[in-house]
Design a protein around this ligand. Sequence first.
Ligand code: MOS
Length: 732
Amino acid sequence: MNQPLFPAPDVKPGQTPPRYEGRAKVTGEARYPSDVRLPRTAHAYLHTSRIGRGTIRSFDLAAARAVPGVIDILTHETIGDDPRHMPAIYQGGYISDSVRPLGSADIVYWGQPVAMVVAETFEAAREAARRIVVAYAPHPTLAADIRSADAVTQAVEPMTIDTGDFAAAYAAAPVRVDAGYTTPAQHQNPMELFATQCAWEGDRLTVHEPSQYVNNVRFGLAEQLGIDPGRIRVVSPYVGGAFGAKGFLTQRTALVAIAARRLGRPVKLVATREQGFTVSGYRAETRHRVQLAADRDGRLLALRQEGWELTSRADAVAMGAASMTARLYACPNISVRINTVAADRSTPGFMRAPGEMPYGFALETALDELAVALDMDPVELRRVNDTQTEPVAGLPYTSRSLMRCFDDAAARFGWKDRSREAGSMRDGDWLVGWGCATAFYPTYAGNSAARVRLSADGRVHVSSAGHELGQGMYTMMAQVAAEELGVPFDQVTASLGDTDLPPAIVAGGSSSTASVAPAIMAACEAIRRRLGVEGGSPAEVMPALQASGMWVVEEFAEVRAHGLPAESMASLYRGRATPAGGVHLADRVQFALGAQFVEVRIHARTREIRVPRAVGAFAAGRIINPRTAHGQLIGGMIWGISSAIHERSEIDHRNGSYINANLAEYLLPVNADIVDVEAMMVAEEDHQVNRAGVKGVGEIGVVGVAAAISNAVFHATGRRLRDLPIRLEDLM
Ligand code: MOS
């Protein structure tokens, strides 16, 4: 099946190209994986566990089987050719977590799939799934969350950092801060539900599933099913929000593939909103202890951050982003410890700036506490400790424009009018507070490939198995090809999200553009070489093609990212292209940086918290498309506000379930909560990070906002709140 091609909107020269797929999306022409209608589709519905830990004693399926239209019910007793066990992605597998649903009678988290009904209609499958009766033998103890006494805490030794002598420097310093911070469990809740459709034609399987990494799904699923990966095609031309939750193969996909093979019919599974809380990863709750010491001028003398992150008993997952916070400021004595806390919950995963958001909240709030202890402006505290060299290994930043971000955003925000004393900016019934914090996100890139075809009628087609999550991948691909070949944007078509295309990296780690743009540029360069205008200007390309007498020139290119060895190219063709960069390079560190400023208003009597104003400035290398980048940045900032004062997945401590697993009770901001959000892009050239000079903006917008808000709440009220989310009951 070919992807739909649609005319791109008109673009005038010099304008920022509009969103390539915007028209298709607003007209409903864009077909998401669950929109694909296949003949004779049977519908699947999950039944999930109602205990947090224990075993299944027996099933009573009689009432479920009696529902008209029910075709099949898969349980661990009936599945037969069950998918092979696979270690989680963190342990070398392809999959988000290693708990195989329907693999045994064991229950290791509430909401674990224990049965899947397949029926003629969605409604029949749902009705039958509700009529399944499971007899459980619950385990006598349960660790529901990070505070549970029965949760198992373990140090993650490889994430330990010791530079200088933290203990001695801290003890001797004149000014010190020592505080604890917490962040809650949160769920991505992409608007598009988690959906999978599987269809077999003979021994060939096509999977329609919204994915951030189609090749990972293909190769991982092949291993689980024990079949040749060449027989699997994964198609995902649009993803209706992912945010890390659709990053890798999930345990659901193989169940649908197996059901479709048993039936000889396509099978479609759409997990419900509530099921989405436990059948995918999430942002785990974290705890932090931060100790900072400085001289009287604010120069950091000692920095220690210890983190505790919730994980499942099955998979020891840790984001460990103190490896980044420890490198943000000049400091001679640094200590980092990371711990996992294993509880009876599903395995957490990536959620937009997965480590940077919580670890950044803790460090950047602690820095504000230090500024208060020093009676120093918090912007000046960052300036005093600004550095072009990271302090752990002494490696240079490829580029770092942090203070330009602070200065630009501060000017725009009007920071100079802030009166420093807490509680000093009251406006009638409203307590006004202004706060700021650093935003950071590591610059990653991975091996990727692309194909570009130029025809003599001036049309270009560019393809790469990257992913459109709403972030602007189609637009970027078409724009880069147009610019490199000197053709108008509206003459370019782009294909992505399909394992039949040249492979690309996971759409994660804010690395898609930094990885795929260089591959497109290399393919365009190969076209220019074929036409004898290598190194020439794009304007020479079309005349050269017309003079050559050729009708079509088509070139393929693969690009290896900095820091990856030659043998890593093979992993690109096995669905294992991992991003390199950030703090993981031997010769340098790579970060996008930014500054977040917010105003909060707290009502003197009701304690209602408003955030009427947020200004962010970000330096992220080359911005290919300011329009899509702006969407990413303000989207991230809005989510930052949400993470600070709205969102928390509430856990029932009796069974480890989520009490608010729906969009009515999981608190999200609406338009009335988000008033004035402004993202500025600070010009920055970086010729080292990658051929495109791109650092990526997918995640940085969310980082630092929560700290800026907690700092502003302190400024408004004089109360330091160190636990997210901050809600009005915390200010009573
Ligand atoms: Mo992003 S959380 O790296 O998908």
